[in-house]
Design a protein around this ligand. Sequence first.
Ligand code: NAD
Length: 369
Amino acid sequence: MKTFTSMHEYNHEEVIFCQDRDSGLRAIIAIHDTTLGPALGGTRMWPYKSEDEALEDVLRLSRGMTYKSAAAGLNLGGGKAVIIGDPQRDKNEILFRAFGRFVHGLNGRFITGEDVGTEVNDMVWAKMETPWVLGVPEIIGGSGDPSPITARGVYFGLKACCEAVFDSASMRNRKIAIQGVGHVGYYLAGFLHKEGAKLFVTDIHKDRVRRCVEEFGATAVDSDKIYDVDAEIFAPCALGAIINDETVQRLKCKIIAGGANNQLADEIKHGRMLMEKKILYAPDYVINAGGLINVANELEGYHREKALKEAESIYSTLKKIIEIARQENIPTGEASNRFAEHRLEQVAKLIRMHVISMPRQIRGERYAW
Ligand code: NAD
């Protein structure tokens, strides 16, 4: 892969290749855009088949983080890191501490946390070398499990969708099918049950389904039947790429809104297919931003109640995005990209004005750097 060509294509600011022979660390940190603030994004560990594959992934993911932060109204830019290695085999303290030192070398320009293939303990090792690591356990000053906040954001996003489709934000007697009742799905089911929704749930772990049946009176559904449930809302809270050529035809719902990442197998094609079928799709990176809002709160001194409240702002963000989609007659995914780009452009214009200590006052006055 031609690195500069790819950086140019996605418009990245900086890509850092990290190598440490003793620990075996091979990592790439990509900083996509810091218009709004320091680049924030998780660190993924994956046995990439090639360096090109790792680079492609980190460039794509870091760009996604720029959009996610911008749409969430955060003063953070987009970044991501990948460590090339097998998470089952290659993890050790020295590797993550070496990685932490590279992160520290960026002096707060990149802030990271867990992602696929990395976990809290790995981040605890990285944090020994740098303060620019978030999402560690509460006991050592972090924000802990983000999933209740993510679920809260999804719940409020769902309300915005219901208002747009049914002229009512109430969940009472709404039939909602949830795919995956792990962390996010379970908390979401709890919020919805409390408001009187009728739940249909599936999970490959039967004990997780049973918990929802017992606690929330949910109806258990086989994993491969969840797309056929006669529900008004489908909430994907498990895997990515579950909206594809096959499932779009099967879905009977009017709304797709859930916490899973990368729900559309093909963003453009399936976004348009859903629009044609008159199914309202809540763009995943907008509706599941509660986790990001949660860790961003750590930068200001963490308060769970405040993070929960802030995640509720996903309601008004989604309402604006749905409005853009309707006015412009475009899929909601395209509308959310425009919404994020608009904020980036507006702030980029604003920070051209020279003031003393501009970076602090404009970008991060609420933060401690
Ligand atoms: P989790 O692993 O706790 O829950 C996912 C659940 O989906 C598991 O219980 C799993 O058994 C189930 N599952 C997997 N394959 C399935 C299938 N084919 N059919 C039915 N169920 C299946 O993960 P989570 O933290 O709840 O995250 C769920 C999704 O939300 C993921 O896509 C994640 O990337 C995304 N997300 C999570 C957060 C967060 O705060 N945890 C934030 C943003 C996005």
